[in-house]
Design a protein around this ligand. Structure first.
Ligand code: GRG
Length: 295
């Protein structure tokens, strides 16, 4: 099976796992359940659960305990997009080629849907504690997930990002925003995979560094696509950084350097991953693919 076929098959497998954990759309609160399922099933590359699963497999993980965590990370990621699209944040109407959650369900439901997805993510991850495979690493993984999604992770990065709107931004602050806003969930994905597979602490630390590089390259590529892509390919409006008066890697360093840096940082991540005592060729190819991703 070549890489593209494997990617498709793995994405479908992840899709099925996600669906199996979604809430049923009934009861008086049905609208919020519909909004949650609409948001999470609107498409998306499922990159974070895939990085988690592949890192787990790289360290020899074979069980089911990874599943609730894979779903949880995608729910947290989806909540962040739902809230990021709100009128008070980026005020975007389209995402993943569909209407954003608030545009379809109203702003009140958009806010509640993000809250609900975040809470349900932890309810879902907590299911791992009842599985026979659960051990001390389950608690460690849960802690990583909570920490990287929170004030010392994604939310912290988003706060600094929101406050920087319309202001000149120095590289140091931009690096902080990218490491937390985008890097933290990718870090959580790969670290949780490693921890649940029982990787020793020094290796989890190496994985965290690799993940930060993957996150940085991923965000720079996001900045590049915002100025070079189209609404049709991206599934969301382009020039949104300009509209939101945001300083990006591209505005600070220029398009050509940004492109070179995506490649350089991704290759650094691949080299570091390749030097670990275990291997996963698919994971290496996945990181390489992100250099040239178009959406
Ligand atoms: C609202 C607390 C809060 C945080 C929002 C993650 C984020 C912070 C905002 C979303 C907008 C943005 C530019 C995030 C950076 C990460 C990023 C490029 C997300 C898009 O991820 P993809 O490309 O999306 O994996 P799909 O649709 O494929 O899942």
């Amino acid at each position: 099976m070549d890489f593209k076929e494997a990617l498709l098959t793995k994405t479908e497998e992840i899709e099925a796992i996600i669906k199996s954990y979604l809430p049923r759309e009934d009861g008086f609160q049905k609208t919020i359940l519909e909004a949650m399922n609409y948001s999470i099933l609107a498409g998306g590359k499922r990159l974070r659960p895939m990085l988690m699963q592949e890192t787990y497999r790289m360290f020899g993980g074979k069980g089911e305990i990874i599943n609730p965590f894979m779903v949880a990370i995608e729910m947290i990621h989806t909540y962040s997009l739902v809230h990021d699209d709100l009128p008070a944040m980026d005020n975007d109407q389209y995402r993943r080629g569909k209407e954003t959650t608030w545009a379809k369900f109203g702003e009140d439901m958009g806010i509640l849907c993000g809250d609900a997805l975040l809470n349900y993510a932890f309810e879902t991850a907590a299911q791992a504690f009842s599985l026979p495979e659960a051990d001390a690493n389950t608690g460690k993984a849960f802690q990583i997930l909570a920490n990287k999604a929170g004030i010392y992770g994604m939310i912290g990065g988003q706060v600094v990002d929101v406050q920087a709107v319309g202001m000149p931004l120095e590289r140091k602050r931009l690096d902080f925003i990218y490491a937390l806003k985008t890097g933290a969930l990718i870090e959580a994905s790969m670290m949780v995979g490693a921890v649940l597979a029982g990787a020793e602490e020094a290796l989890v630390e190496r994985i965290s560094q690799v993940a930060l590089d993957v996150g940085l390259a991923f965000q720079i590529q996001d900045d590049i696509l915002d100025v070079t892509s189209t609404l049709e390919v991206l599934g969301k409006p382009i020039h949104s950084d300009d509209k939101n008066e945001k300083t990006t890697y591209v505005t600070l360093e220029g398009l050509e350097k940004a492109k070179k840096d995506v490649e350089r940082i991704s290759r650094r991540a691949m080299e570091s991953l390749g030097s670990l005592p275990c291997e996963n060729p698919f994971l290496l190819e996945l990181i390489e693919m992100l250099i040239t991703r178009e959406k």
